[in-house]
Design a protein. Structure first.
Ligand code: 56B
Length: 341
């Protein structure tokens, strides 16, 4: 088997050989035009990460970086069998579901005096303590609690051994290169190694590692330790929400056979051919949307608020999916239960 392809190389190769998932050029252009209208706005800039999300840290200090690290270490698999019956966490007078239920639970723990962002705590936290910290207000617990406990112990121990217990030390070993940080993370922390194979090639998506680099860039506001010279080489994050919103917006299409399978709620296992095609084509689709958007902004001489990269497009589309949950009800997301996204 050849060497491991980067996420971008993987996505291109998958898109060129996909049988059940297709990128629609007209849809790509329509999404680029939707984003063009936002190009100079407050959403498509690094500051949106804090401005639009009350649960994200407002600070840009070491504690905030370690909040990002523990949250992104657990940032996977929030979907429930039925949307009416799911894990919910109440915090600050609001109720949160999905990814935000995790952030609410972390913040609730910190308010309760539990040092949830400290590696020396979660390296030895017990399963019962994790159940308490991530407890749901409904009778549906957060999925994969045992795996979350195992990963917290594993990751906390490594952070203590290799980086004196702080992710900021890991960031500072990456010479302000997003790519170096990405590879340092996947080399150091096993649960971040989101790799598969497709048509005889070893492919990578590195979804949680890429979003960790992106959220680190965001929490540090792109400045100081977070001023990554190559941040634009990070691609979108291949989760289960972006494919859903790209299909909804007409940029991505599924074969009848795959659509029928997803509408029935059938599970796809991690690394299954169709699961890899969904993730790879979504990633490549966002790269094409970005290329088209940059072309449009140049043509129109549109002012943008700094360089528009795939991270900002991803964040925008993910938030868009959140805000259009009702409208998207008819579009299925693919159900894969795993620790990688
Ligand atoms: N592609 C992409 N996937 C993302 C995110 C985020 C959170 N980032 C936010 C935080 C700060 C930024 O401003 C972002 O707004 C979570 N996920 C993934 O979604 C899934 C959960 O979905 P639901 O069940 O609906 O909550 C799950 O796989 C989770 O890993 C993102 O940004 N992009």
């Amino acid at each position: 088997m050849d060497g491991l392809l980067t996420p971008r190389e993987s996505a291109k190769f998958i898109a060129e050989n996909s049988r059940d998932v297709f990128i629609d050029g007209g849809g790509v252009r329509r999404v680029a035009e939707l984003l063009l209208a936002k190009a100079a706005g407050p959403e498509l800039r690094v500051g949106a990460w804090k401005a639009f999300h009350e649960l994200n840290p407002k600070a840009a200090d070491e504690a905030a970086v370690n909040w990002v690290f523990v949250t992104d270490t657990l940032n996977f698999s929030f979907w429930s069998e039925s949307d009416e019956h799911k894990c919910l966490v109440g915090y600050g007078g609001k109720t949160y579901s999905g990814y935000w239920s995790l952030c609410a639970a972390v913040n609730r723990a910190l308010d309760e005096g539990i040092p949830m962002t400290s590696a020396s705590y979660y390296a030895t936290v017990t399963l019962d303590e994790v159940r308490h910290i991530l407890r749901s207000d409904t009778d549906v617990p957060m999925p994969l609690i045992e795996e979350r406990h195992r990963i917290l112990n594993e990751t906390g121990k490594i952070l203590l051994e290799k980086f004196e217990g702080s992710f900021l030390n890991c960031v500072r070993k990456s010479d302000k290169s997003a790519q170096k940080l990405l590879h340092l993370v996947v080399e150091s922390f096993p649960s971040y190694r989101d790799v598969s194979q497709f048509e005889g090639k070893r492919i990578s998506f590195y979804k949680r590692a890429q979003i960790l680099v992106a959220d680190t860039w965001s929490v540090l506001e792109g400045k100081g330790d977070g001023c990554f010279k190559d941040i634009s080489r990070i691609t979108m994050f291949a989760d289960y929400r972006l494919p859903q919103v790209l299909v909804y917006l007409g940029a991505l299409k599924y074969s009848d056979e795959l659509l029928e399978k997803l509408l029935k709620g059938e599970m796809l296992s991690y690394g299954n051919r169709q699961e890899v095609e969904i993730r790879g084509c979504s990633l490549w689709c966002v790269e094409l949307i970005r290329d088209c958007l940059l072309e449009l902004t140049e043509k129109k001489g549109e002012k943008t608020s700094g360089e528009i990269n795939s991270i900002l497009l991803d964040y925008f589309l993910w938030d868009y999916a959140r805000d259009h949950r009702e409208d998207m009800k008819g579009i299925p997301f693919h159900r894969t239960r795993c620790i990688y996204y």
